[in-house]
Design a protein around this ligand. Sequence first.
Ligand SMILES: NC(=O)c1ccc[n+]([C@@H]2O[C@H](COP(=O)([O-])OP(=O)(O)OC[C@H]3O[C@@H](n4cnc5c(N)ncnc54)[C@H](OP(=O)(O)O)[C@@H]3O)[C@@H](O)[C@H]2O)c1
Length: 257
Amino acid sequence: MSCTDTINNKSTTNNKVALVTGSARRIGAFVAEYLHQKDYDIILHYRSSGDLAKALRDKLNARRAHSCIALHADLADPDALQQLAEQAKSWKHRLDLLINNASSYYPTELGNTTAEQWNDLFYSNARAPFFLTQALHPLLQASQGNIINIIDAMATHPNNDFIPYNMAKTTLHTLTRSMAKLMAPTVRVNAVSPGVMLWPVGDHDPSDEEKQEIVEKVPMQRMGTELDIARTIYFLAEEAPYITGQNIAVDGGQSLL
Ligand SMILES: NC(=O)c1ccc[n+]([C@@H]2O[C@H](COP(=O)([O-])OP(=O)(O)OC[C@H]3O[C@@H](n4cnc5c(N)ncnc54)[C@H](OP(=O)(O)O)[C@@H]3O)[C@@H](O)[C@H]2O)c1
């Protein structure tokens, strides 16, 4: 528990609880804050972005006391994943929404792809969502909750540079459909597939010209935003009681091409 919050269950509210993996920054952080504004209590999860996760936790707790914790886990480590699930369970003994958002993403070239890269891409994008679902489904069943898996609108489009990543994301789609059938009628399981929302950071950030080219091909002629994703997640969780097993592309039409 050294890198993570001490579980301190002081809250007496009856708020719903959401666990958002990979929620220290970018889309995950935005979604967590959006759901918090909609009266969810939030379990943030982070791997290396501890400072950002703790800053967001403190911001949300300042708005509403005891409404957020931040838990550390490398989802590539099965023991850490199990510990994350246990800590999430023991916070409020309640879970209404699991959002499998954490993801590794980088190009891998045929001829030079390593087993480590393959594992890394599959651990975060496919294996962790399965085992988190397995560990947390009793709590989700008790609350008649929801699982939302974050896929990628272009996962089924052949792309020479992203074959293992796309394979991992399409596995997540299979998991979504399989769990939706298995867990009905108690828990609904859906997916949201972003298009171009935020550019990757670091070595894989496209050049300005490449970015322009990508956005020009999007039928809606612009990038999407974190708000587009957060609203769709909220719709699926709160306003769509007859929808399960679906994958909604939030991509401005990009996947139509
Ligand atoms: N951005 C886009 O335009 C776009 C497009 C299509 C699909 N998506 C999907 O939308 C979701 C959010 O996108 P994003 O761009 O905001 O994601 P991101 O910044 O690339 O990654 C989100 C978080 O995943 C966590 N993560 C990665 N590997 C992990 C591991 N082994 N264990 C634990 N955590 C791990 C990282 O946490 P730490 O920082 O704490 O290490 C990271 O902050 C992802 O599922 C992504 O595939 C995004």
